[in-house]
Design a protein around this ligand. Sequence first.
Ligand SMILES: O=C(O)C(=O)C[C@H](O)[C@H](O)COP(=O)(O)O
Ligand code: SF4
Length: 614
Amino acid sequence: MSSDALPTPLHPVLDLVTRRVIERSRDSRAAYLRTMASLRKPGPYRAGMGCANAAHAFAAMPEQDKLVLRQEREPNLGIVTAYNDMLSAHQPYEHYPEQIRATARQLGATAQVAGGVPAMCDGVTQGYEGMELSLFSRDVIAMAAAVALSHNVFDSVLCLGICDKIVPGLVIGALQFGHLPAVFVPAGPMTSGLSNDDKARVRQQYAQGLVDRQALLAAEEAAYHGAGTCTFYGTANSNQMLMEIMGLQLPGSSFVNPGTPLRQALTDFAVWRALRMRAGGPEPLGMAEVIDEKAIVNGIVGLLATGGSTNHTLHLVAMARAAGIRIDWDDFAELSEAVPLLARVYPNGKADVNHFHAAGGMGFLIAQLLQAGLLHADVNTILGHGLHRFAVEPWLDNGQLAWRAAPQASADESVLRPVAAPFSADGGLKRLRGNLGRAVVKTSAVKPEHRLVHAPAVVVESQQALAELYKQGALERDFVAVVRFQGPQANGMPELHKLTPILGILQDKGFKVALVTDGRMSGASGKVPAAIHVSPEAVSGGAIARVQDGDMIRLDCDAGLLELEVADTELGQRTASAPDLSANGHGYGRELFGLFRRNAGLAENGASALFGND
Ligand SMILES: O=C(O)C(=O)C[C@H](O)[C@H](O)COP(=O)(O)O
Ligand code: SF4
């Protein structure tokens, strides 16, 4: 799509929501931009630093880099890396710094690893105590990124991160240095293995005692079989979509598999782009000018159009907040009414992200949404002004990286569809309201016949308690599972994704089942209607603490309703449950996260201790 194509008029809902976000954010955004302006200088940023400081900064660099660094003329790239061997998605980053340093040298510049950030694999911690640190690890990552960049000898930032809390944390941290350019550098998904559907089927068979542990492990290893991001459309791959649609990651780069020539070429190109955008360079552009209100709204649109992870009703809020921008679940809800669902990638369908990419991927998606006036085209990106630059796909033309226009038609309409023929007329996420507070639900993964559940409550205060009731055979009926005291201030707001197989089995048996929780679900959670992120949470006086076994609850996903059918007078007279949560502060590092639990804001404000509710 060229820039000289007549711009499509902006969809009125997009225009309305964006104006509202700009107005709501006016003061906080102005304050943020003033801070960024106060940090900006001509560069290079190491220039004029004290000799001792400078010597410390590059003491360990090879002589050829020292020569360049001493001259205080050429830019120095800061790499913030989330490499570890634990996340299959991040393992490919092990040698990226070497490649980036070499490419920077070829371009006459230098690059240094500014610092590392922690990266938790939610797949490893799912269902275990470690998951209680997961959400807060986002804020730790933001702080660690800020520590790395606080050395203040960098002219541009390369962020190496992909997974769930890592990209949001890196965005929040790098935005504190928004006077600098930032480019996100992905490593790509693992190749397709056992399909996500088949994996989920074996899990349900195991939960029913139909297959043994060896069979389950074999299936899981066939699904998660190599280096690269897991191939379901969970939070990690929602992050990839967001980084592209918000202009921070090269177009079409998200879903190119690791270890391929195209992957290597894209990383080299990212280095070049980062250098060109430095202060005093040919295309100076700070991250603060890329992440503005329009970019954030574009991110929400991308999330809705692809059925992205519910975790971004927390993370995108916190990321926006870090740039002085205020969004809330009403923004998501109103945009969801206007944005069609264009992709069906597991858990929203059978395909994985490799299929999505092959069907046309991000370039096709962005082109379609731009043509429909459902994205802001007039935005800054790491390729220059205008999101039309992202309606393309990368390829190797005789071994050289090149870009070609995204396909005009989807190669597989079971995975990716045009705006003219969407999977559904509205987006994949809904806001819920009612006397239990506000919540969200991913409707794109729930079949229409399962989106209305009116059933008695089964109230538990841990996911293990619900699993025990299942084992006892006590759940062979219609019910709404209320799993409470799972909010950020209670125990760090873990994902309760391990409940998916048993709830799925009961749904498959024909029972009307739903989940209501102040906790989270995984972006990979799907088919069972789950009203999550219930705010206010149980430990903070939320009505969810006063629900009793047998209370009738109505969850109407399409109407956006979550109603406890108990009279206000009775509800007001009930004593809230007050379980002993002291164990939540002990073991597995939880002692160190008390300050996060005590200061976490509402889910709708991003559930962050960095910003609270202010
Ligand atoms: O996308 C997210 O938000 C996630 O956190 C995904 C988790 O990593 C799941 O735990 C991985 O999926 P499973 O293999 O089904 O456990
Ligand atoms: S996508 Fe999730 S499960 Fe896979 S490596 Fe990343 S954090 Fe772990």
